[in-house]
Write a protein that binds this ligand. Structure first.
Ligand SMILES: C[S@@+](CC[C@H](N)C(=O)[O-])C[C@H]1O[C@@H](n2cnc3c(N)ncnc32)[C@H](O)[C@@H]1O
Length: 381
């Protein structure tokens, strides 16, 4: 089973009891990998259960082969056929960094732990949908359908393949969001939108990570792209059935190698930074790692997860009772959380609090006093 994990940050290590944020500022590549978890589950269940499933259950209104996807128009993006990718989402107008692109309720969700076989469970949920809901589901694309099976005769397997191809994390569950599901993948600097589940709204939101000019494709990321091209491609090919030819994967070999080096270095620096949580390095060294990550990300054009990175730095600064640095990093975190998950989030409110009163940080003074430094070396922050 592919194990996709974000490097543990010092904050996560330091404060496992921290109140879980209603919306994860966590990277979105974790999300589609939940489909991977389900695929493993289904593989385990398949051999055991396939003889027992109720294949006589009523079929959805339209068969999986009837893929008459409606042209979906929206004020921010529209969906069209894109050569080599199936459908995709195109910016209908210039979109600003941090703009909310989409809010969407799930068609249905699947808990992470279910007692039934995944295909049966998912097919059962599909049966409960309205005809419009079923149609929205059945219009989606899918990959990795078991070879040798006839889709017409195996609607549960089709439903599972559709779910695995399109589902994303919805807090404790995995959810199916048919509008968001049209957004294709890009690696590293190529993805320009991120999605997050909001528990308190029970819906998914998608924000622009970068300015997106009218006519450009919206791309999110399906995996941890802070790794070399070959690894990314192997994963995407296996789990999502395509060879990635995004702008980063299409770089000429010398530039591609340089990008691989940067991405690998970012991952390594995250690991190095985590040593602070074990008192392996002091606060100033930890901040230096974060600054380096930031610089390399600038060179790479990788802008995701920066709210959390700056919030981790604010945590370090607060632990060492460095009020100026806590405020400076909290301002930085507030800015990037606003782009990636929205200004109306608890994370942004929390950063506002640390800007106003750095000593209110729950980590305040938990380590020896030290001037650790802010984000901007040149200003001596
Ligand atoms: C969540 S769906 C995205 C929408 C899909 N293209 C459609 O037609 O509905 C995921 C599937 O889209 C395709 N896809 C996504 N990103 C792609 C890319 N960068 N290049 C080629 N195909 C891609 C793959 O077939 C993948 O399994």
């Amino acid at each position: 089973m592919p194990s996709e994990r974000r490097p543990k940050t010092a904050k996560a290590k330091q404060q496992p009891q921290q109140t879980p944020p209603p919306s994860k500022g966590a990277p979105n590549w974790q999300v589609l990998t939940l489909g991977v978890v389900l695929s493993i589950l289904s593989a385990l269940f398949y051999s055991h259960w396939s003889g027992l499933w109720d294949l006589s259950a009523p079929s959805p209104q339209s068969t999986p082969s009837q893929k008459s996807a409606p042209f979906m128009q929206d004020e921010v993006f529209y969906v069209v056929n894109i050569p080599g990718k199936g459908k995709g989402a195109i910016a209908a107008r210039d979109i600003k960094q941090g703009e909310l692109i989409l809010r969407e309720k799930p068609l249905f969700v699947v808990p992470r732990n279910i007692n039934a076989s995944p295909p049966k469970f998912i097919y059962g949920e599909l049966q409960k949908l309205s005809p419009e809901g079923q149609q929205a589901f059945l219009n989606l694309s899918y990959v990795n359908f078991p070879k040798g099976l006839d889709p017409e005769g195996h609607p549960e397997e089709v439903a599972l393949a559709m779910f695995q191809t399109n589902a994303v994390s919805a807090g404790e569950n995995v959810g199916l969001f048919p509008r968001m599901a049209r957004i294709n993948h890009g690696c590293s600097s190529a993805f320009n939108v991120v999605y997050n589940w909001r528990d308190w709204e029970e819906q998914l939101v998608v924000h622009a990570l970068k300015d997106i000019p009218k006519g450009k494709e919206l791309l999110t990321t399906y995996t941890n792209t802070k790794r070399p091209r070959d690894e990314r491609r192997a994963f995407l090919s296996q789990q999502y059935g395509f060879l990635c030819t995004c702008d980063v994967c299409s770089l000429p070999s010398d530039l591609s190698r340089a990008s691989d080096t940067r991405l690998t270095e970012i991952s390594r620096l995250y690991t190095d930074f985590a040593a602070w949580g074990r008192d392996g390095i002091d606060g100033a060294q930890a901040i230096e790692f974060i600054r380096k990550i930031w610089e390399i990300e600038d060179a790479e054009g990788y802008w995701s997860e920066r709210g959390q990175l700056a919030a981790d730095a604010a945590w370090v600064a607060a632990s060492h009772s460095d009020a100026t640095a806590t405020q400076a990093w909290a301002r930085r975190a507030r800015e990037w959380f606003s782009y990636e998950i929205g200004a109306d989030t608890p994370q942004v409110m929390e950063m506002n609090m640390f800007v106003a009163r750095p000593e209110s940080h729950k980590a305040w003074g938990t380590k020896r006093r030290q001037n650790v430094g802010g984000p901007d070396r040149s200003r001596g922050e």
